[in-house]
Ligand binder design. Structure first.
Ligand code: KIV
Ligand code: ZN
Length: 512
């Protein structure tokens, strides 16, 4: 029988650690549902002890998800582990993923612990976790830069203590494929009880090799779990990308000889959902999920593809869900059809009020735009005004005037905690004027570190999707807004970012 490669998705934990990518509980739940549709084996839902918000997110996901194992990260201490176990109580299959750093640099400078203290804490934590849940995973943080002899001792001890998965992180993205693959192989050969655990790879992308390193860990090292994120989302240059690793193993089954349980037809929808929720835009030439990944732009390619598609295509666009990119609903579609499409897209809204608000927005959009695509619907449900209980700032109306040779002027009416206010300002352009009009009232003092506009579905009829990244007192947040009018989309994105800055809930950093 063909061996299985376990896909462990950490978009909601390691992906979320990317500055500005933090998600609300409901956003995380929506993505978790999409990951379950993708048939991801393990969903790392968060880091329960890091904040009350993350505890709630892990708890909700554990209660809702039945087909995938739900996992919480936890530092190697009893308090964190108890908190993770409590959040996971409702899970059909629960896993605690506990970690402690093992590299000389991290132990000395960050933990200020001796290697023997680290070994003992790792062992005791795994034993404690194993008494609370059946599935315990252990990660030696910065494992790849750890001393081999010491790492062997730690990993042997935690397997004896009950860890059933051993994950070897390349925390800082320093590895190269052959060396990383051999590193895992050596660990498995030298540790006497290594066959009692499943070996896992966790690679960061600082040198652009996260996918290659993970695949080498599988092929050379014999790892049977890959930790990855949708779109490769993650801190700095990100994590190993789920869609790339899955499609590599599927497309080159002749080489890897492994099965993956992922239903690849939901990949593109998952990619869009993560990008629209976090505001992290997918680059057009990104493998598998980039807008150009299957576009045969050059004449030679087009000719070849028309004659025989495998002249230039190694995967079928439909197999990863690109065929979903079609007109799905129109002006005459009813509420039931709309609700059904939300369900199919894995974007079901929980309350009837939210569905009604989203449906009204859909009708308004359909009046302005004849063709409604899946992307439009996903953008619509990502819009915070659909769940107004989360909204401190909300857009009411916007008017602006711009003319060649004149300085643009904008007037924006928006709500602040339910009260309507109006801001007016000039600016370099209509977007600048509109955002200045808002800032005039709010006085957030935040610095804008990114502003980007993206056409959701390609043509000038498309909705513009705007991402605004704000930084204030060390916090970075992303706001996303979509509208056929990009000035309105910009105002929505700005208000969305201000809403996130407003939410002051602090977190403990996983690798802090
Ligand atoms: O990169 C890393 O080391 C991690 C661990 C917490 C597993 O994300
Ligand atoms: Zn990581």
């Amino acid at each position: 029988m063909t061996e299985k490669l376990i896909i462990f998705d950490t978009t909601l934990r390691d992906g979320e650690q990317s500055p500005g990518a933090s998600m609300t509980r409901d956003e995380k739940l929506r993505i978790a549902r999409q990951l379950e549709r993708l048939r991801v084996d393990v969903i790392e839902a968060g880091f329960a002890a890091s904040s009350n918000g993350d505890f709630e997110a892990v708890r909700c996901i554990a209660d809702a998800i039945k087909d995938s194992t739900v996992c919480s990260l936890s530092r190697a201490n009893d308090r964190d582990i108890s908190r993770a176990a409590e959040a996971l109580k409702g899970a059909a299959n629960a896993r605690i993923h506990t970690f402690i750093a093992t590299s000389p640099l991290h132990m000395e400078k960050k933990l200020r612990m001796t290697p023997e203290e680290v070994l003992e804490q790792a062992r005791l934590s795994v034993r404690f976790a194993r008494n609370l849940v059946a599935g315990v995973e252990f990660s030696p943080e910065d494992g790849y830069r750890s001393d081999m002899d010491f790492l062997c001792r730690v990993l042997e001890a935690v397997i004896t203590a009950g860890a059933s998965t051993i994950n070897v992180p390349d925390t800082v993205g320093y590895a190269v494929p052959e060396l990383y693959g051999n590193f895992i192989k050596t660990l498995r050969e030298r540790i006497p009880n290594s066959d009692k655990a499943i070996w896992s790879v966790h690679c960061h992308n600082d040198l652009g090799m996260a996918v290659a390193n993970s695949l080498a860990g599988v092929k050379i090292g014999g790892a049977r779990q890959v930790e990855c994120t949708i779109n490769g989302l993650g801190e700095r240059a990100g994590n190993c990308s789920l869609e790339e690793v899955v499609m590599a193993v599927k497309t080159r089954k002749d080489y890897f000889g492994l099965e993956v349980g992922i239903d690849t037809h939901h990949i593109v929808a998952a990619s869009r959902m993560v990008s629209q929720t976090t505001g992290f835009v997918v680059q057009p030439n990104k493998a598998v999920v980039g807008a150009n990944a299957f576009a045969h732009a050059s004449g030679i390619h087009q000719d070849g593809v028309l004659k025989a598609r495998d002249t230039y295509e190694i995967m079928r666009a439909e197999d990863v869900g690109w065929s979903a990119n079609k007109i799905v609903l129109g002006k005459l579609s009813g509420r039931n059809a709309f609700k059904q499409r939300l369900l199919e897209l894995g974007a079901a809204l929980d309350s009837e009020t939210a569905i009604n608000t989203a449906f009204t927005r859909f009708k308004e959009l359909a009046d302005r735009k004849s063709e409604i695509f899946d992307e439009d619907i996903l953008a619509l449900v990502s819009d915070e005004s659909v769940t107004p209980e989360r909204e401190h700032y909300g857009l009411v109306s916007l008017s602006q005037h711009s003319e060649t040779g004149e300085r643009p002027h904008a007037s924006v009416v928006f709500t602040v905690g339910g009260q309507e206010v109006r801001g007016e300002s000039d600016g370099n352009g209509p977007v600048d004027a509109s955002l200045k009009a808002i800032e005039q009232h709010v006085r957030s003092g935040a610095e804008m570190v990114l502003y980007s506009v993206n056409a959701i579905s390609g043509s000038t009829e498309s909705q513009g999707e705007v991402t605004v990244r704000l930084q204030n007192s060390g916090r970075v947040v992303n706001g996303v807004g979509a509208d056929p009018d990009i000035v309105v989309a910009s105002a929505k994105a700005y208000l969305s970012a201000l809403n996130k800055l407003q939410d002051k809930s602090d977190r403990v950093a996983a690798q802090g």
